[in-house]
Design a protein around this ligand. Structure first.
Ligand SMILES: NC(=O)c1ccc[n+]([C@@H]2O[C@H](COP(=O)([O-])OP(=O)(O)OC[C@H]3O[C@@H](n4cnc5c(N)ncnc54)[C@H](O)[C@@H]3O)[C@@H](O)[C@H]2O)c1
Length: 297
């Protein structure tokens, strides 16, 4: 008899959450995804269709699922109650503290005892969210990289109360996604974003103050340093409002003005130029391609 598929939950199907859903599905899981936006849920289905088509060609060991089989493995809902059957839940809602805080209180009421939550955050300490629940032992940070289905490693943040059992569970799930977990402690921004958001902000300042073209800034990182993507392409991919929220959280946490989001970043967020998700950021986007903007960023 075939084993039933393991079911994980995902809350928040935006820039990163949609890619996490798809990653779990193509690696053999059933996924229940909850978002307040029907549009986000429909876009996640579309992303699954696309990724299921091309990913097996670039990721050895993955088999393309039948179209219907792939869609059947993804259950979408706008109700958190749909998560009650999941063995583990990955949370990827907004980086705003109040939004996450309210959600954790709600999840703690809905999820069966012992079900763990992976906090996919850019800057919020895991312990701070764990304290909003009665299950601190099974709250752990999982900072997925974007897009999740193309990345081989994730940063895992262990809170003071995170149990060994919970950490083992997460490492097992991640290994089934073909990912290595790099475990770090629990401090705002962790290792990755405490550093990366300083250079994102500084890269934006170079465009703002020196008038350097975004593509030139990114070329320095790609061609000279050998990075796969430049800082401005990466910021566009993350979403500029998430970058700004992360900088604000880090500035508040460390009381350090180095994290003050620069004027150009604020202006772009205020005018809705959010990067890839809005079709315009430091580059123009048409579908999955990008065209460098040479003026007027
Ligand atoms: N964007 C990235 O590359 C990236 C990478 C790693 C971690 N993160 C973190 O992941 C989280 C999400 O970031 P994002 O960029 O995907 O944001 P996003 O704004 O693109 O997506 C957030 C999604 O959550 C949904 N949502 C908001 N409140 C909700 C609620 N109460 N219940 C259910 N759904 C809700 C929204 O409708 C939206 O679809 C943030 O904490 C961010 O810091 C983002």
């Amino acid at each position: 008899m075939t084993q039933p598929l393991r079911t994980v939950g995902v809350v928040g199907a935006g820039s990163i959450g949609a890619t996490v859903c798809v990653d779990f599905v193509v690696h053999g899981f059933r996924v229940v995804v909850v978002d307040v936006s029907e549009t986000a849920l429909a876009e996640t289905r579309e992303l699954l269709r696309e990724v299921n088509r091309f990913l097996p060609a670039v990721r050895p060991g993955l088999t393309r699922l039948g179209k219907q089989e792939a869609q059947d493995r993804l259950v979408t809902s706008t109700e958190l109650a749909a998560l009650a059957e999941c063995e583990f839940v990955v949370e990827n809602v907004s980086e705003k503290w109040e939004v996450k805080r309210d959600l954790y209180r709600e999840l703690d009421r809905i999820l069966p005892e012992g079900v763990g939550i992976g906090v996919n955050t850019s800057s919020i300490p895991i312990g701070r969210l764990a304290a909003e629940t009665g299950r601190a032992g099974v709250i752990v940070g999982i900072h997925f990289m974007n897009p999740s289905y193309l990345k081989d490693a994730v940063e895992v943040m262990r809170g003071d109360d995170t149990s060994d059992k919970c950490l083992d569970h997460v490492q097992e799930l991640l290994s089934l996604l073909g990912k290595q977990a790099v475990v770090v402690g629990d401090f705002p921004g962790f290792v990755s974003n405490r550093i990366s958001h300083l250079f994102f902000n500084e890269a934006i300042r170079v465009v703002q103050d020196q008038g350097v073209e975004p593509a030139v800034v990114d070329d320095i990182f790609k061609k000279c340093f050998g990075h796969t993507m430049g800082p401005l392409e990466t910021a566009d991919l993350i979403g500029l409002e998430t970058v700004l929220l992360t900088l604000e959280n880090l500035r508040e946490s460390y009381g350090d003005d180095r994290y003050h989001g620069c004027a150009l970043l604020r202006e772009m967020v205020a005018s809705g130029r959010l990067g890839r998700k809005s079709g315009q950021g430091f580059y123009h986007y048409h579908g999955t391609s990008s065209v460098a903007i040479t003026a007027g960023v």
